[in-house]
Design a protein around this ligand. Sequence first.
Ligand code: NAD
Length: 487
Amino acid sequence: MAHSKALLVLENFIAGKFVPCSSYIDSYNPSTGDVYCRVPDSGKEEVEAAVRAAKDAFPVWSSKSPLERSRIMNKLADLIEHDLEEFAQAESKDQGKTITFARTVDIPRAVYNLRFFASSILHHTTECTEMASLGCVHYTSREPVGVAGLISPWNLPLYLLTWKIAPAIACGNTVVAKPSEMTSVTAWMMCKLLEKAGMPHGVVNVVFGTGAKAGEALVCHPDVPLISFTGSTLTAQRITEKSAPHCKKLSLELGGKNPAIVFDDANLSQCIPTTLRSSFANQGEICLCTSRIFVQRGIYNEFVKRFVAEAKKWKVGSPSDPTVDMGALISKEHLEKVRSYVKKAQAEGARILCGEGVDSLDLPAGNQKGYFMLPTIITEVKDESCCMQEEIFGPVTCVVAFDTEEEVVKRANGVKYGLAATVWSSNVGRVHRVARRLQSGLVWTNCWLVRDLNLPFGGMKASGIGREGAKDSYEFFTEVKTITIKH
Ligand code: NAD
């Protein structure tokens, strides 16, 4: 297609150098619908070069002390923080998220990921045990695995990429990262800072391109023994199949269909604004977003009335407007997919209380071709409906009534996913009971998205395999060895 303005052209980052690619993919600004950037369409050849660079860098990097690695990571964190506004602007433009979200969540968290693992790597200890009667001492040692393949999605681009890069390199691995082809800009910007941070060449290599070409080449590469992947369940199945012949270590952080359970003793003044955020933050494009809200019958009408009234106040518009609550969805195709769920729900007899197809979207002139939709609330929808079973990954949430604790636990667990759940109640006993019975890697009670990176993060069932977090990431990104000494 014809490009009127000068486009931003990204290059792969291999062995400490930016390298052009022989072909490129268009990348869109979701809030205008314009192509504004060209992303390398890398394949086997580029991945091969990046893996070779990472392999070459491994002996030196892995033999550095944790403190030396930590210093470089902290320096990188400082450099990103110094350019925070520039990174936030780029993330918002590339992804469609509001500038406020990028400024307050994405980029600060990317900085924190680096600092967190730069610090936690200094504090791990290994195990030791004695068998005195046999004159033996056993201890464990942990070593980096080698070249780590890191594949990340488009919803929280730099945030999720650094969530992988930071623990991988802290543990002494070298990496080949492949960000989503739809949101590659901030990863490329980070590469520009690596030299200044003192990162040795080849420790962090970034190859841009599609999942089918670049992603799969990485997954199938025999010299990449470990893949950390965040993305959809469908892609994870493909990665599992493709990596199986090599017996790779896999960490899979996948989708969710997250319930919020609101009991009749919930504090609605806290629950309603938090559930709005948990449903619609980042356009509903967070794997942890709530998309099924179960409300106990006694407070159902009041909840729905107040929840809908508040959702209608959410402002959708240009992501660069700091007063806007919701920006654009990632792509035209994704917007159409999300809208199609609302249509299916309508066809099944559900009621749309606000948003898509009910209220009108008022967009600034420059954003008419952007991929926007309003926060949408669906009710009178059956548990078997695709809107209650499948991950929509957009600003759509369903509200349904329930009667008993027993019933709601069963219904909340009645999906293939098990990532994050939220429970609202002032009864401490009930909160513990329900949290224990939910099939979910994370359960928040009377709050949402409060994280301590020391603790395990990940999902059960179709939401993933493995956990990441200080100790869990350390275990994943290292190989443990048990050594026995007889004296
Ligand atoms: P996706 O699975 O389409 O893509 C994710 C990444 O995988 C991209 O970089 C993509 O290019 C790559 N990829 C695609 N096909 C591949 C293949 N065959 N081999 C190797 N790589 C391949 O997911 P998405 O649409 O980018 O992201 C949205 C999904 O991510 C949602 O399901 C969401 O729930 C999930 N997600 C999960 C978490 C979590 O921590 N559990 C966090 C964020 C997003």
